[in-house]
Design a protein around this ligand. Sequence first.
Ligand SMILES: [Zn+2]
Length: 255
Amino acid sequence: MTEPPQSSHEALRERVALACRVLAVTGLVEHILGHVSVRTGPDTFLVRGRGSRERGLAFTVVEDVQQVTLDGAGTAAPDWAAPTELPIHSEVLRSRPEVTAVVHAHPPAVVAASAAELPWLPLVGAYDIPAARLAHDGIPVWPRSALIRRRDLAEAMVAALGERPVVVLRGHGLVAVGTGDPAHAVAEAVTRALAVDSLARTALAVAATGAPLRPIPDEDLAELPDLGSAFNVSTMWRHLVARAEAEGPGAALRP
Ligand SMILES: [Zn+2]
C-alpha cells in the first residue's frame, strides 16, 4: 500500500519542493547544494534548480522546480537555471526507465564515511531495518569526487549505481532513486538517502571508539522483516513533512 496517487504536474512540483526542505531539515544537505527530480514522461522531468532569488534548500519554493528534457532543454522560467549536476538526474532517468525520482545530496556523515573508506555494512538490526537491508544487499561506491557536470561523468556514476537504489559518491555525497508512482518515488528516494545517512553516522560513531566494524549476524538479519512501503515510506514521509513544517522556515511553498 502507498499513499493515493498525487501525480498532477503541480502536485509533483510541490512534492519535489517539499523533499528539498526535508533534506535540509534532516541535515542531509547544507546551504544551497543538492537537488531532487521526478519523472513526468519518458523524456521529461521536474528538477529543483535555481532562480534569481535562490535562498538554499531549506527555503525551496515551487518556482524553483521546473521541467526539462533529458537533454537539459526547455524551461518556461527565464530567470531559472538547472543544477550544474543536472546530468546526475538525466543519465539515471535515461538508463533506468523504471526510476521515477532521483535525490542528490551531500550528507556530511556520508562524505566523511566515504572519505575514511569505511565499509558499508549492516552494523545495526532492528534499530533501522531499511538501513540494515540496504547495507546487506550492497551499497556501491563511485570512487570519484568530481563535480558531475558532464554526461560522461554521469554515465560512469550510473554504471557504479547499476540496478541498486543508492550509490555513494566518495568525498561528495550520494544519489538515491525511487520507482513506481512518481510522488511515492520521491518519498522513497528521500527515505533511502536517510537510511544511508543513518548507516554513515553509525559507522563513524563505531569507528570513533576504535572498535571494529562488524556486520550483525545472518540469523539476526533473517529476523528483520520488510515492514512494507506503507510504513517505511508513506508514514515516514508524513513525519518528515510535518517536521519540515514544524522546524523549517514556515514560508509558503507558493509565496
Ligand atoms: Zn553534488
